[in-house]
Design a protein around this ligand. Structure first.
Ligand code: SF4
Ligand code: SF4
Length: 479
């Protein structure tokens, strides 16, 4: 598309328009390119000038059309204001793009202020993310921060009633234990129940997990746009990935070995291998039923242009699921993509067909509660059934002994299956952060993820409603 054509399109911007959403509604496949918001010490004009070719390239894409996902993962205050940067960069068609909202160190009020500001500038699409620990932070540091959960953000934005707004939610399907896979799945359904209009899957390389996500939605008869996030690997990112530095991203020993081999080759050979990889994964995502792919890890404009072109070629090359599957299997030479020994999948026959199975894996292998866990849970249930209606300090010593109460201002025990949300280092009450280790353990403490335990409690009662229905309200400070 020429700059003149773009200028012409700008005249048709309407207040009710949301082209990003409309493309989903029309079943048009989309490309999304991630653009990190520059650091706070970059003069805004310089940041905009540097990103202008990126924006132009994205805007000029046709068949499929493309959008920018503005992402800021830096700690609060370390990056430019996202709305200001996006507004200065995108002079028109702002309804094509997505702004990622992070809940770390934010309150509902802050988030709604940002959303209203962005909306007044013409941005209509958001994606709610709870936020993560930053490099080098340990459990003690994380406990100093409040994490506004994406579930609460979704509900607040939905209730704000801004016209033509579409809000997405993230999900990490790359979970390889029964407890972590089901915990993530229930959180996804909770996000949908709280107003998520589309889903963005965390990046990973195991296509069986992407199909598992699609089948899991199908099983519930949920027809919602889904975006597959794909990371383009540079040699540096491949090294970080192999060292386990990407939180919640788990790769198999086989895949790690393959990446290490690729890194031993020349830069050109390495890049060529990654371009082929992104072709296979993007084409696969499309054939598995995803509505868009979101490319992470590329800010170089000419490389992004090559990727767009390669992805387009792959869509031509792979017309059927069977063709694509044969190429995927040949490319990976039947490598095991699960992080052994953790290799749980929700369905038993993934990649055997493009038609969804409606049966979950039988004998999922969820670890039962121990007798002591069952006793403590039942006792907590009996003692604290009204804790939400009483002053939080009531029976604090008993709570401390039984559920490791840390002494917050709003007791949420009856809403969290009597597992104290403050035992999670991020204080999450609505579902797992998705950054857990491959074995389901917490990323920050040497213990089981709190939501794996909640899943086991729900499983023991054969009642999973507390994991997926409603929303536990947020708190504004941590004990
Ligand atoms: S939610 Fe947890 S920390 Fe807060 S009062 Fe209840 S038991 Fe204590
Ligand atoms: S307990 Fe679970 S949800 Fe909480 S920080 Fe650890 S891995 Fe994340």
């Amino acid at each position: 598309m020429t700059r003149e054509a773009i200028q012409l399109e700008m005249n048709f911007d309407g207040t009710e328009e949301n082209r990003f959403k409309q493309r989903f509604d029309l079943g048009e496949f989309q490309l999304i390119a991630e653009l990190p918001v520059p650091s706070a010490d970059t003069p805004l004009a310089d940041a905009v000038r540097r990103a202008s070719d990126f924006e132009y390239l994205v805007h000029s894409q046709e068949h499929p059309k493309a959008s920018i996902a503005f992402i800021s993962e830096a700690p609060s205050g370390y990056a430019l204001d996202m709305v200001q940067f996006a507004t200065e960069l995108c002079k028109y068609s702002r309804d094509r793009h997505i702004l990622y909202l992070h809940g770390r160190d934010h309150t509902v009020k802050d988030i709604l202020e940002s959303v209203r500001h962005a909306h007044s500038e013409g941005f209509k699409n958001f994606c709610a993310v709870t936020g993560a620990a930053h490099d080098g932070e340990d459990e003690a540091e994380i406990r100093k921060h409040v994490f506004l959960e994406s579930v609460n953000m979704l509900g607040a934005i939905r209730d704000a009633g801004l016209p033509s707004v579409s809000v997405g939610a993230t999900v990490n399907p790359y979970q390889y234990t029964p407890e972590s896979a089901y915990a993530q799945s229930f959180k996804m359904f909770r996000k949908l129940a709280n107003g998520a209009d589309y889903l963005v899957a965390q990046y990973g390389w195991d296509m069986m997990k992407l199909q598992e996500l699609i089948w899991n939605l199908f099983r519930r008869e949920i027809n919602i746009p889904t975006v597959a996030r794909l990371m383009f690997l540079t040699p540096d990112n491949a090294e970080l990935l192999c060292s386990g530095m990407f939180r919640g991203v788990h790769i198999s020993p086989d895949f790690e070995k393959l990446l290490k081999n690729e890194r031993d080759h020349s830069f050109a050979q390495f890049e060529s291998a990654q371009l082929r990889r992104i072709q296979i994964h993007a084409a696969g995502a499309r054939l598995l039923g995803f509505s868009a792919v979101q490319i992470a890890g590329v800010t170089n404009v000419s490389l992004l242009e090559t990727i767009f072109q390669k992805v387009r070629e792959a869509f031509q090359e792979f017309r059927t699921f069977e063709d694509w599957r044969a190429a995927y299997r040949e490319y990976y030479d039947r490598l095991d993509m699960a992080p052994y020994p953790n290799e749980f999948y929700l369905f038993g026959n993934l990649l055997e067909s493009d038609l969804p199975a409606d049966q979950l894996s039988l004998a999922a292998g969820i670890r039962p509660l121990t007798r002591s866990e069952r006793f403590r849970r039942n006792l907590a249930g009996a003692l604290f059934a009204n804790a939400g209606n009483l002053p939080a300090q009531e029976r604090r010593l008993t709570k401390k002994l039984l559920v490791s109460c840390r002494g917050c201002d709003l007791c949420r025990l009856p809403m969290t299956d009597y597992v104290c949300p403050e035992t999670c280092p991020k204080g999450l009450a609505n579902g797992s952060c998705g950054c857990n280790k491959a074995d389901g353990g917490c990323e920050l403490m040497n213990a089981e993820c709190v939501f794996a335990k909640r899943l086991r409690i729900a499983d023991s009662r054969i009642d999973y409603s507390s994991l997926e229905e409603g929303a536990v309200p947020p708190v504004e400070s941590r004990p």
